[in-house]
Design a protein around this ligand. Structure first.
Ligand code: GSH
Length: 223
């Protein structure tokens, strides 16, 4: 098998997903850190969208984290990280899509919004997303602590990076995960204990410093 190369950036939650999938699989890989503010000219050859993550395995180049992770799961089938049953696999994809198209869109907007009206709207939207995850996701998909009854899957590694960065929303917006999201909180705690997560975890301070540029009003961020 050819060497797996990942093109990544430490701050990126999407690249974080792929690093976690590789670590959970115990796959050896080389990592090239991309400076997203000054991308090398060759980067387009391995990432046509100009984004991280991208992986190269021999002649294969795969990008878009959710797709990269399914590719990794297929090329390195042990341990499996998607349910075998087609309906359960479809559900896993629904939840990964929810993270991409709903949760991350709301948290991204909430952290960048500078006007109170938008912040209030996105705060309510975030409450609704987290409660939906609690009642439609965690409560129905398995006994816990992971998303699915099958154990750690690509759903867990898709969501975890967003929650390692949740400190930004707590710090800059004073937001707290609702108390009734009990399963969600237990899942975060369980994920934090995984060796894969621990081996590449960053501190809250690391994220909070880097988020200042977009979470604070422009003038304050520059100071
Ligand atoms: N949908 C993509 C999102 C990846 C993404 O947005 N990566 C960001 C960093 S977090 C990036 O590479 N941005 C560089 C750019 O857009 O120029 C995925 O899931 O892989």
């Amino acid at each position: 098998m050819a060497q797996v190369e990942i093109f990544s950036a430490e701050v990126c939650p999407y690249a974080h997903r792929t690093r976690l999938a590789l670590l959970e699989k115990g796959v050896d890989f080389t990592l090239t850190e991309i400076d997203l503010k000054n991308k090398p000219s060759w980067f387009k050859d391995v990432s046509p969208y100009g984004k991280v993550p991208s992986v190269r395995v021999g002649k294969d180049i795969v990008y878009e984290s959710a797709i990269v992770n399914e590719y990794i799961d297929e090329v390195f089938p042990n341990p499996p990280m998607m349910p075998k049953d087609p309906a359960r696999r479809a559900l896993a994809r629904v939840w990964i899509d929810f993270c991409n198209t709903r949760l991350n869109v709301t948290t991204h907007g909430y952290l960048r919004a500078q006007d109170t009206e938008t912040q209030v709207k996105l705060r309510a939207e975030l409450d609704a997303h987290l409660r939906f995850m609690e009642t439609e996701g965690f409560a129905k998909m398995g006994p816990g602590p992971y998303w699915m009854a099958e154990g750690v899957t690509l759903v867990d590694v898709a969501y975890y990076p967003s929650f390692e960065r949740f400190c930004n929303i707590e710090h800059y917006r004073g937001y707290r995960i609702p108390d009734d999201c009990v399963r969600l909180k237990a899942w975060i705690a369980a994920m934090r204990e995984r060796p894969s997560v621990k081996s590449i975890a960053n501190s809250a301070d690391f994220y909070i410093k880097r988020a200042a540029a977009y979470a604070l009003p422009q003038k304050a961020a520059a100071e």
